[in-house]
Design a protein around this ligand. Structure first.
Ligand SMILES: [Zn+2]
Length: 222
């Protein structure tokens, strides 16, 4: 059975625990598809077909080193159960309902990948932070954002049930890398999707590591 693995609960990252917890090499042992963040929040992570990419703050993508570490990640051995072509002009706003409809439920985690051309793509990549780390939402206000036109690429995401709130990022979370594997980031939104195909996998087992670091164990989590 395919297990969704996380190296920390979402509340860890939300509270500013940005130190790397696990290596890229370890993350790869848990699956082939994933999203995450690096040590010091230095770039966005996407795992595609077992290859881990770091999308830098300038939105360029690079294959990560096995010794790089991740402050947060969600990884699964991706075994899609269903796939579907999506109508042209699909936007990010359609994805949540679409995934729930394909999965037949809002009450399970779902992993998905979405390939096609994104007529307008709006991304962010968080720049490296230094201790004492701020809370995640403070960083998100100052993040560099990018707008691209007609990007052919692959989005990787997870949708989480509403009850999962503090364990996994709420709603759905999408990272993108282009077909040339040269640029990417965290998806804020896209419009005018074309030639889109989505593949989904419902998740019935979820393993979460809880960091025994001083940073996490001594913090007043809010
Ligand atoms: Zn993200």
């Amino acid at each position: 059975m395919s297990v969704l693995w996380q190296n920390a609960p979402a509340i860890s990252l939300q509270n500013g625990c940005f130190d790397g917890l696990t290596s890229v090499a370890e993350a790869k042992t848990h699956g082939s598809l994933g999203v995450g963040a690096f040590d010091h929040l230095d770039g966005e992570m996407v795992m595609v077909d077992g290859v881990v990419y770091r999308m830098h703050a300038d939105s360029t993508a690079q294959v990560a080193d096995d010794t790089d570490t991740l402050s947060f990640c969600m990884v699964i051995p991706f075994e899609p159960e269903l796939s579907q072509e999506l109508p042209d002009s699909t936007t990010t706003g359609d994805i949540g309902a679409l995934v729930a409809e394909m999965a037949g439920t809002k009450n399970l985690f779902v992993a998905f990948r979405l390939h096609g051309t994104f007529g307008h793509l709006h991304t962010r990549s968080i720049p490296r932070q230094d201790p004492p780390y701020p809370r995640l939402e403070e960083v998100e206000h100052t993040q560099p954002e990018y707008h691209y036109t007609d990007v052919s690429g692959l989005m990787v995401g997870f949708s989480a049930p509403s009850y999962a709130g503090k364990i996994a990022p709420g709603g759905f979370h999408l990272h993108v890398v282009d077909d040339a594997r040269t640029l990417g980031g965290h998806v804020i939104d896209f419009q005018d999707g074309r030639n889109l195909r989505i593949e989904i996998q419902r998740i019935t087992r979820h393993e979460v590591d809880y960091p025994a670091t001083a940073d996490f164990t001594r913090r007043e989590l809010t």
